[in-house]
Design a protein around this ligand. Structure first.
Ligand SMILES: Nc1nc2c(ncn2[C@@H]2O[C@H](COP(=O)(O)OP(=O)(O)OP(=O)(O)O)[C@@H](O)[C@H]2O)c(=O)[nH]1
Ligand SMILES: [Mg+2]
Length: 319
């Protein structure tokens, strides 16, 4: 056996025994060292599929971290072990918002049933969301019941990271500029549950009305997306939120863990395939590919056919 596989075996068994330090180590490895990280991710795979991954997304200052703090309290009350991964796709280095997160979830830092980790957006070959999924797999294999993924609102990459979650909760709050505009169209589309936080504000009802109207415009199945009002600072509405998440999860995956895992892994593979194809196609400067691209420019070939042809001539793929 090689040194790498000995090391991976040892780390895996400590991880499976619930050693928190080994989880932190494993996350750093998967996050940075390609070879050992890949081997480790491969090794944990058979043990994944138990944890439920809940995405919490929304504009800066909507109250995500405060709400997560309240959610942790609720879930701990149900005896669930909760891990939180905070991701900021816009900042290359974890900074201010992470410090903020630590304070807002501070009351749980001494609880061995709570694990909080921030992930910076720096240096993720193959895409940030693929990295997040791998980290989620590690936490899952380490036996945590729930993984909460906090993503700060930052456009396209935010939506991609949010897609890692089985169930997405999108949070909005009054008083964030042009209220509902703060929620980007793309993120609304992936919402399984919508939250109007800061319901103690006099403007909250207006935000809720606007949100429901926007939801109806943008999604045909809008009536299936529950809108929950919360006051995260007071823990109010959290029970309702947990039950809305539960029922959405039930209808989305038929309450089946294997279906949830299938769905999650399918998304991981699709994202990696997209990244890989992009690298391949961009690097292909052969005369054959140039002639296909020229055909596109001259209007003699549509994009879909060109993509198929580019893959076929270069890789002999059967499409
Ligand atoms: N009045 C009121 N204030 C709240 C509520 N929830 C959160 N806040 C406050 O709103 C501010 C932002 O809360 P955070 O939890 O840090 O928001 P966030 O969405 O995590 O912010 P970022 O991580 O920076 O994107 C803090 O000052 C909270 O105390 C609420 O329900 N009512
Ligand atoms: Mg936060």
């Amino acid at each position: 056996m090689s040194k790498v596989s000995d090391y991976v075996d040892n780390l895996l068994s400590r991880l499976r025994n619930g050693e928190v330090a080994s989880l932190a180590r494993a996350i750093s490895l998967v996050d940075s060292h390609a070879d050992v990280g890949n081997a480790l991710h491969h090794a944990v795979r058979p043990f994944t599929g138990q944890a439920e991954v809940i995405g919490i997304t929304g504009p800066p200052g909507a109250g995500k971290s405060t709400l997560i703090n309240a959610l942790i309290t609720e879930l701990r009350g149900q005896d669930k072990r909760v891990a939180v991964v905070a991701v900021d796709p816009s900042s290359p280095i974890s900074g201010g918002s992470v410090l903020g997160d630590r304070t807002r979830m501070g009351e749980h830092t001494d609880d061995p049933g709570v694990f909080i980790r921030s992930l910076s957006a720096r240096g993720h070959l193959g895409g940030l969301s693929a990295s997040v999924l791998r980290v989620v797999d590690l936490i899952d294999a380490a036996g945590w019941d729930v993984v909460i993924l906090e993503t700060v609102g930052a456009g396209q990459s935010e939506t991609e990271v949010a897609e890692v979650a089985d169930i997405n909760v999108v949070i909005n709050a009054p008083g964030l500029g042009d209220d509902v505009q703060a929620i980007k169209a793309g993120i609304l589309e992936i919402a399984d549950v919508l939250v109007v936080n800061k319901a103690d504000s006099p403007l909250a009802q207006r935000t809720e009305r606007q949100l429901k109207a926007m939801l109806q415009l943008r999604r045909e199945e809008s009536q299936q997306v529950p809108v929950v009002s919360t006051i995260a600072t007071a823990g109010s509405g959290i029970e309702e939120l947990v039950s809305a998440i539960g029922s959405q999860s039930q209808s989305k995956f038929n309450a089946s863990k294997s279906e949830r895992l299938l769905d999650r892994t399918r998304r991981l593979l699709a994202q990696q395939a997209a990244e890989q194809l992009k690298c391949w196609l961009q690097g292909d400067t052969s005369p054959e590919s140039a002639s296909i691209i020229t055909a596109v420019i001259e209007g003699n070939c549509d994009n879909e056919k060109a993509i198929t042809d580019l893959i076929r001539i270069r890789y002999g793929a059967i499409l």
